[in-house]
Structure formats: C-alpha cells, structure tokens
Design a protein around this ligand. Sequence first.
Ligand code: 5GP
Ligand code: MN
Length: 353
Amino acid sequence: MTDINSSNIQMLCRLIEETAAPVIVTHMKPDGDAMGSSVALYHFLRAMGHEARIVLNDRFPSYLNFLADAGMKDVIAVYGEKPEDAISAIDGSDLIFCLDFNAFHRTDTLEDALKRSRARKVLVDHHLNPDREQFDLSFSETETSSASELLYHILMAMPSVAGDACRIPAACAEALMTGMTTDTNNFANSVYPSTLKMASSLLAAGVDRDRILNLLYNQYSENRLRVLGHMMKDLLTLTEDGVAYIVLDKKTQEAYGVSEGDTEGFVNMPLSIGKVRMSLLLKEDGDRVRVSIRSKKGTSANRCARLHFNGGGHENAAGGRLDMPQDIACIAEAAAYIERHTHDFFTKDEKNA
Ligand code: 5GP
Ligand code: MN
C-alpha cells in the first residue's frame, strides 16, 4: 500500500490537527462500505476532538441504520432531504474526506459544491483510475477489499494507534468491520491477505462480528425474500453468451414494496450457475435505470459498464445507468438493449481488449 507512507501519514495528521470543520463525503446511493468507512472516520475524528459532518447525496438504506445511532442524527446531512444543509456543510468545510469514490461526479448533486470548494481534500478509495488531481492527499489502493479496509490500514499507521487495533475506538472498529464485510460479500470476493489480517486484528480487539452479521443479514423484510423468489423464478433470463440478467421495473418494485437496499446482493446469485460469465440487475428508478454488473474472473464487469452502461467500478463488480429516453425509450426496451450490448461485448469488445 504505497500511499500509506510516513510523509502521507504526517500530512494527514497535520491536516486533521489544523481543521476546524471537517466533512466526510461518500458516493451516491451509499452502500455498506460507503457508510462503514464514513461512520468509522467520524468516530475516529471525534476521538481526536473533531466533530465532523457526513454529507450524503441520498439517504443510506435502512439495513445500515445500526451504524448511525440516534446520537448521529445531526451529524449526517442528506442532500435529498435538506439540500441547503448539505451544501452549506461542504461550503463551510476546510477539510473534506472523500471516501469510496474516485471522481466527484460519483456524488451526483454534491459534485458542483465539491468542485468549487477551497477546502483541502483527502481521498480514501479502492476504485480504478482515481482522479488524483482533484485531491491534496490521495490514499488510493485497488488491491484492497474496500474503502473500509484501506481506512483501517491508514488508521493503524497513525501515531495515536501505532499498529495496535485495540486503540481504535470501538464504534470506529465496528463500522470498519461492517464496511469490509459488505464489500467482500461476507468474504466471498475481493479478499486479500491484508483483509484477513484486518479482520483478525479487529476481532482480537473485541469487535463483535456475530452481532454485525445478525444486523446485516438477518433483519430484512419478508418482502425481500418474496421478491427474490419472483425474480429468480420469473424474471431471470440467460443468453447464449453466458449472460444472466434481470430487469426489475417500477411496477414490480411497488407490488412487492421493495425499498432501497432490499435487493442488495441479488445480482451475485446468478453467477452460481456454471455457464454464466456475467450477471446484470437493472432497476427502474425514475427516468433512469440503475445497472449492477458482476462477473466471474476473466470477464471485466468494469469494462462492460464503461463501454455499454455509462458507468464503471471494479474488475468484477461494477455499475452504471441507462437514461430514458436517451438510451432506451422505456423500461420495456431494457431487455433488448442488454441482449444486444452484452452480445457485442462478448463478440467484439472482449476480443479487442
Ligand atoms: P453496485 O452494483 O453495488 O451498485 O456497484 C458495484 C460497484 O460499481 C461499486 O464499486 C460502485 O462504486 C460501482 N458503480 C456503481 N454504479 C456506478 C456508476 O454509475 N458509475 C461508476 N463509475 N461506478 C459505479
Ligand atoms: Mn467500496
């Protein structure tokens, strides 16, 4: 982890020492890693005597509610709920931490405020091709499970922790474990030797992983399982190219009362079929369709997302979007779009890669 060197850690300590109004920003539609790393950093800064704000484009899914306890109600500013609060927090900040994204546009409505902000900016991210020029200090490491893991290694290098995970505040440690667990799909992918070391040290330091797993995976609504059954039985389509895809339109989401986060993890499931090389889940969301892509080793979800779905991400886990009516006229056209574009991807793009 070449960015975690003594001069970068010294600079980070200096920036934290000097800040009067730190802000933590993460990507739109925040997931477990985005929230885990943000909440972890909030607690770490708090232990150092700094009260940070966390600024989000939109609210995090309710299955992550346990991360942000009642005491954090005023800490989190959500643009979608109180735009002025979110923007004024960014405008008034002198130090902005950007966690789990590689370019400002990934924060959607916060992009302009971040661009015009004169605050010092620190990047902590594990995506490919970070826009380093936008940051005063970059911790970017793609060979790591999650932003939460990367943040853990940064904190371990800080003088106040000095390699002893027991010195990481308990709430911070719990959030780090949560973010790493969700981004690895509970140790199913993107696990490196450093990931297991992190898990081991945090467990030894007292993090209650059983509690976290119970909160993450055993508290869903009944509807989640019902819609999963419907999706896998009636909506899953396999193509001759080894592509599995599901289109979840607004009507079906409403019929099953699907809320944000309810379909978390579903896109991985079709990869369990031997002949499937890549899995896509499309969700209608207003006038856009959100796209999640997962692939097996040897197929680049990131490349497919970039070339065909206006997005990007990691090699085997990526995402993007289709806009209506620019990319497809309506949701009923999504299936034909996927079939055509993934066929091109496997017959033309992949060969040229
Ligand atoms: P998910 O399918 O869980 O929403 O996203 C999987 C991965 O793809 C995440 O690492 C996320 O950062 C990335 N990703 C999702 N949507 C987009 C997008 O619209 N643009 C880019 N560049 N990356 C995305
Ligand atoms: Mn992440």
